[in-house]
Design a protein around this ligand. Structure first.
Ligand SMILES: [Zn+2]
Length: 461
């Protein structure tokens, strides 16, 4: 062993037994008691007394280095974004390809990998975005499966940007994905309803950022989620609904699962911790994101859905812009660069709202950030697991630490936080990536980037 994490507790189904962790050459070799003599022989010991020892977090939905328009590239690139992830306890993330109009899925994948390989400090993989479909691309999807990226992402919205998968395209892609064992990730919202309601909202005098929520009510997501599940059932495709923001859509996923359909869903901390009241007032536009923030009843409903097993993962949809970038909205709520930072504060927010508030069990909380997403996306047991043989991505989590979130303390490259001043509990005291310490007390300490692309397996249905 070259490293021992001693004296911490592991989260098991109904208990938190003491568990030392032995690590050799970047992998976990022992989970359980490690004698003092063995500890002495190990190169280094991390004292984890008073802390929980978790697998590194897996965030299956982030956007680093994403350009959404002229001058509008996310504040975080793969470097700063991955360092922020590690500081918060997330050791593996899945980003998205960004295909140009003339690029095949395979070319888009190659281009994105080149960017991430150079800069990422954390381990990562990519979902393949499809904003169009050509029959010849089926061979690309098969090649992407072989390269360890067996998932696509489509949008039911953004007709105006030319990115929309209408029901026909969705049906056809789902058929191919079913045959190839590719998971279909989907942004489910009803585009036609958004267009109509946006037109109405813009016509109201003095339309403000708060109108964003009027233009995209819960119905917009709930209807689309049910339609997507219906199409998935008809084609047999494996469907994953990203960033769910409504209790109704989460319930639809739960119902589909209870019927044995291969459907899953995720939600994000912002939909648990923030309500649409944030959109009112002078800085309301900073909180513009897509899907939009909801009423408190949806925050509660989503937390219950996480506890009930309807949703299997917490992601963040990390997509951050600076104040100056957000300020370009110029009073028009349709021009806000949508997105919020999240990857760095994800674990502490859900810890605070979940286990610390008695609303989620320890085991469920851990699952939603680790084993849940790693199983959904074919990374298990290499990632998201503390069993011998797994890569030694480990978080030493102090459940008692309390602090206030301040943008200036965060590693992310944006200059504000949607959670500014908020008290949270839970802190990643030590974060290890493949046995190497990369963050300490919420600060990145890993030096030059050494993240790796981690190939994924096809998810079992
Ligand atoms: Zn997203």
């Amino acid at each position: 062993m070259d490293l021992v994490i001693a004296g911490g507790k592991r989260i098991a189904a109904r208990a938190t037994p003491r568990a030392d962790l032995g690590i050799r050459r970047g992998r976990i070799v022992t989970v359980g008691r490690i004698s003092r003599a063995e500890r002495r022989r190990a190169g280094r010991t991390i004292d984890a007394r008073g802390c929980l020892v978790l697998p590194g977090g897996v965030d299956p939905h982030v956007h680093f280095d994403l350009t959404i328009g002229p001058g509008m590239t996310t504040a975080d690139d793969f470097g700063s974004g991955s360092r922020a992830a590690l500081a918060g306890g997330v050791t593996t993330f899945i980003d998205y390809t960004t295909p140009e109009p003339d690029q095949t899925p395979l070319q888009a994948f190659g281009a994105r990998r080149a960017l991430a390989d150079r800069a990422s400090a954390a381990d990562y993989n990519l979902h393949n975005v499809l904003v169009a479909w050509r029959p010849a691309w089926r061979a690309d999807l098969a090649a992407l499966v072989r390269r360890g990226a067996p998932s696509v992402k489509l949008f039911m919205i953004y007709r105006d940007r030319g990115w929309q998968a209408d029901d026909g395209m969705l049906f056809e892609v789902m058929e191919h994905c079913r045959a190839l064992g590719v998971t279909v990730c989907l942004h489910a919202e009803n585009d036609a309803l958004i267009e109509t309601l946006t037109r109405r909202a813009r016509a109201r005098p003095g339309a403000s950022a708060a109108e964003l929520a009027m233009a995209r009510p819960p119905l917009v997501e709930e209807e689309a989620a049910v339609r997507a599940i219906t199409l998935a059932e008809a084609t047999g495709a494996r469907l994953h609904l990203v960033h769910l923001s409504t209790a109704g859509a989460a319930r639809a996923v739960g119902l589909a699962r209870s019927l044995g359909l291969p459907v899953s869903g995720e939600t994000c901390p912002q939909y648990l911790a923030l309500t649409r009241r944030k959109l009112s007032g002078r800085s309301g536009h900073l909180f513009g994101c897509c899907p939009v923030l909801r009423d408190a009843c949806h925050c509660e409903g989503l937390l219950e859905a996480l506890g009930a097993g309807w949703l299997d993962a917490v992601s963040t949809d990390h997509c951050c812009f600076t104040r100056a970038q957000k300020d370009t909205w110029d009073g028009d709520f349709t021009r806000i660069p949508y997105g919020l930072p999240g990857v760095e504060t994800s674990l502490c927010l859900t810890w605070t709202l979940g286990p610390a508030a008695g609303k989620l069990s320890l085991a469920r909380w851990q699952y939603l950030h680790t084993e849940g997403p790693s199983r959904l996306f074919g990374l298990h047991p290499r990632k998201g697991s503390l069993t011998p043989g797994a890569e030694a991505d480990v978080v030493v989590w102090d459940p008692e630490a309390r602090r206030r979130i301040r943008a200036r303390d965060l590693q992310t490259d944006t200059d504000w936080s949607p959670y500014e001043g908020r008290w949270v509990s839970g802190l990643a005291r030590h974060v290890l990536l493949r046995g190497r310490e990369v963050a300490r007390e919420g600060r990145y300490t890993g030096g030059e980037a050494r993240g790796r692309y981690v190939p994924r397996k096809r998810a079992r249905r």
